[in-house]
Design a protein around this ligand. Structure first.
Ligand code: ACM
Length: 652
């Protein structure tokens, strides 16, 4: 593990103790009121913010004072770069204490137990800014907060003239609620370049995320070089390029070129790990087995129990699973590694040996989700394995597989983590569980003494649509920002020491490029960041949304894409007693007006304002709606076909 922390600090970082005592001192600025303070709009909300009078003015010549520790070097360089780029001010760094330094980054000589390993104290005075922390990570997070106190133009990638570079004087004490603050990025379904992964890291560190979970292998691609297994990347990393609605594509023809994809060499991986480390992010690798393994099987068909696997190809978005019966799915092709084949364990040993050497993070994620086990039910090798090992059911066969994999992982000195399905057949006590299907599975796992990371679909699935399907790229479920903000990773009645933290997951079947990856991540990534960092009692939706709007402006300047879906109206439709449609409109946030038309023209704030449920005129084809704040449009033009409303209302 990168940070060696004392047991006490670890305990402090993973629980919520002492939030209350510090909270008690925060009287002058509390977010329990829905304020729209545009000067102090920090995400995630700090533990305590005490506003002072006056402003700090950034001088033309800035001095950053910080110790010589190698771990501070990057934080200093980070601050220096951000200040120089946007302001053009002259920035020097010094390592010896100076009373006139502009920014002082100080590592506490004596540990301040109240802020733990990642906390910090930030003091913005009239002439000087001081950040104190126990560990370098805390100074880095203090710098993130500091940047959020400066005008939004500090996010610019080029010089901005004519800005008054000031910050409100303030005293901030801050530390995270939870130690695991993750984002998962699926680089298997669509490949994202090393540079794009760095861009993703740049965005996540602004919001104090500290884990990047890279989903490196799935049916659609194998993304990491493994020495001695060249076909994984020669064959497994490439598929046919298709666009549209992923999952329903016409099966590729044999002559179609398989030239879409890519992979990271081991040198690339080292570079990414170093880049992340300098920003206090750990990268957790995931190789998803035994299901989701078609790319590996296309490369090495002998890993499958199914003889026809010699004809299998990396999936290009065509249908390979039947979900009509629910989960687990039925495989149309067998995308599972064969649990009864010793060659599979030799293969996994090679893969995980190299992965364990490359990634310093203590956990390796091995998947375990959505295993289509129908091919196992009819397989002689699996039947022989069941007999030999006394396995009574097919879930027990998966449990056998997981135990073998855990032995491999622990033999490499790493901890085993998997999706919550691995609980079904029984898994060893030391297995860590990532709960995705529900909070329920994570709750049960924690009660059984497993370490748990909560990443439930209901709150934390960033691939889900953020508003109505008529405007969002179609996915099978929706998750609005306000719902994400309700995420509480620590369920009632569970000993919090078992909840390592929370995570949001970006699956990329429908995400074709990095701009869309950003669109899907932000602003829901703000909501999850606040859910894992800020004290639970400080969470407040109106206040959060006011800050979110300030951060939209920051992301505009940083050229990071985000979704404006939160402004889109919500449609609800019913039939009245006479079978007429009645269309209700609402918004996720307060203070917006909705204007509409049924005559195919584009409504603005001179059009009828929505007040009561609407009955579409007899020949109307479309209901167009747009949201405004005062005289300013904030939402997108929604074009809702009346036919769609009829469908949603059910039978006439
Ligand atoms: C998952 O979403 N299948 C972990």
């Amino acid at each position: 593990m990168r940070l060696i922390v004392s047991f006490f600090l670890l305990l402090l970082a993973s629980t919520n103790i002492s939030a209350q005592s510090i909270e008690g001192t925060s009287e002058t600025f509390s977010n329990n009121e829905p304020v729209t303070n545009t000067e102090i709009a920090i995400i995630p909300e700090p533990v305590s913010v005490i506003k002072q009078t006056g402003h700090f003015i950034l001088p033309a010549n800035i001095t950053i004072q910080a110790g010589r520790s190698a771990e501070l070097k990057q934080t200093v360089a980070f601050l220096q770069e951000r200040l120089t780029t946007a302001t053009g001010h002259y920035v020097t760094t010094i390592s010896t204490p100076s009373p006139t330094a502009t920014f002082k980054l100080i590592l506490n000589e004596k540990t301040d137990a109240s802020i733990g390993a990642e906390g910090y104290q930030l003091s913005v005075g009239l002439k000087q800014v001081t950040i104190r922390a126990n560990k370098p990570a805390g100074l880095f997070y203090g710098v993130q907060t500091l940047l959020q106190l400066l005008p939004k133009e500090i996010e610019s990638k080029e010089l901005v003239k004519g800005i008054k570079w000031t910050m409100p004087c303030v005293e901030i004490t801050d530390f995270p609620r939870l130690g695991w603050r993750g984002l998962m990025f699926d680089v298997a379904r669509h490949f994202f370049t090393k540079q794009e992964v760095k861009q993703y890291i740049d965005a996540m560190v602004r919001y104090k995320y500290n884990i990047l979970h890279l989903h490196l292998a799935d049916d659609e691609g194998w993304r990491i070089e493994i020495k001695g297994l060249p076909k994984l990347t020669e064959v497994g990393a490439w598929r046919v390029n298709r666009t549209g609605t992923f999952g329903d594509f016409i099966p590729p023809k044999p002559e179609e070129p398989r030239n879409y994809g890519g992979f990271y060499t081991q040198e690339d991986i080292k570079e990414l790990i170093q880049y992340a480390k300098e920003r206090f992010v750990n990268i957790m690798p995931e190789i998803d087995v035994p299901g989701h393994s078609l790319a590996a099987i296309a490369a090495y068909p002998e890993l499958s129990c199914t003889p026809d696997a010699v004809n299998y190809k990396v999936r290009s978005g065509e249908k390979i699973m039947d979900w009509s019966r629910g989960a687990p799915p039925l495989g149309i092709v067998d995308n599972t590694l064969c649990p009864a084949n010793e060659k599979v364990y030799v293969f996994l040993d090679t893969v995980f040996s190299q992965i364990a050497k490359l990634f310093p993070f203590e956990y390796i994620h091995v998947g375990g989700d959505e295993v289509a086990r129908n091919f196992w039910e009819k397989n002689d090798q699996v039947a022989a394995l069941m007999k030999r090992e006394g396995l009574k059911t097919i879930p027990e066969v998966q449990a056998y597989f997981e135990k073998r994999v855990e032995q491999i992982i622990t033999a490499k000195g790493k901890k085993f983590m998997a999706w919550d399905e691995v609980l079904e057949g029984g898994v060893s006590q030391s297995a860590a569980v990532m709960s995705w299907r529900d909070m329920k599975h994570g709750t049960e796992a924690a009660k059984a003494g497993h370490e748990v990371v909560m990443s439930p679909t209901q709150f934390a699935y960033l691939d889900y649509m953020q508003a109505d399907v008529i405007t969002e790229p179609k996915v099978y479920a929706s998750l609005r920002l306000s719902k994400s903000y309700e995420f509480d990773p620590v369920p009632e009645g569970v000993n919090p020491i078992y909840i390592k933290g929370g995570q949001a997951n970006l699956w990329t079947e429908q995400v074709y490029n990095i701009r869309q990856a950003e669109y899907m991540t932000w602003p829901r990534g703000f909501a999850i960041a606040e859910s894992v960092w800020s004290p639970k009692e400080k969470k407040n939706w109106p206040n959060f949304f006011a800050r979110t709007e300030q951060h939209f402006k920051r992301l505009d300047i940083a050229e990071t894409k985000y979704a404006p879906s939160v402004y889109d109206p919500i449609f609800a439709v019913k039939r009245s007693a006479d079978r007429q449609l009645a269309v209700s409109l609402s918004t996720e946030v307060e203070g917006l007006d909705m204007y509409y038309s049924f005559d195919n023209s584009f409504p603005d704030h001179f059009y009828p304002k929505y007040t009561t449920p609407l009955v579409p005129p007899i020949d109307a084809k479309v209901l167009k709606v747009i949201t405004y704040r005062g005289k300013t449009p904030v939402g997108r033009m929604m074009n809702m076909p009346i036919e769609e409303l009829e469908k949603r209302a059910g039978k006439k």
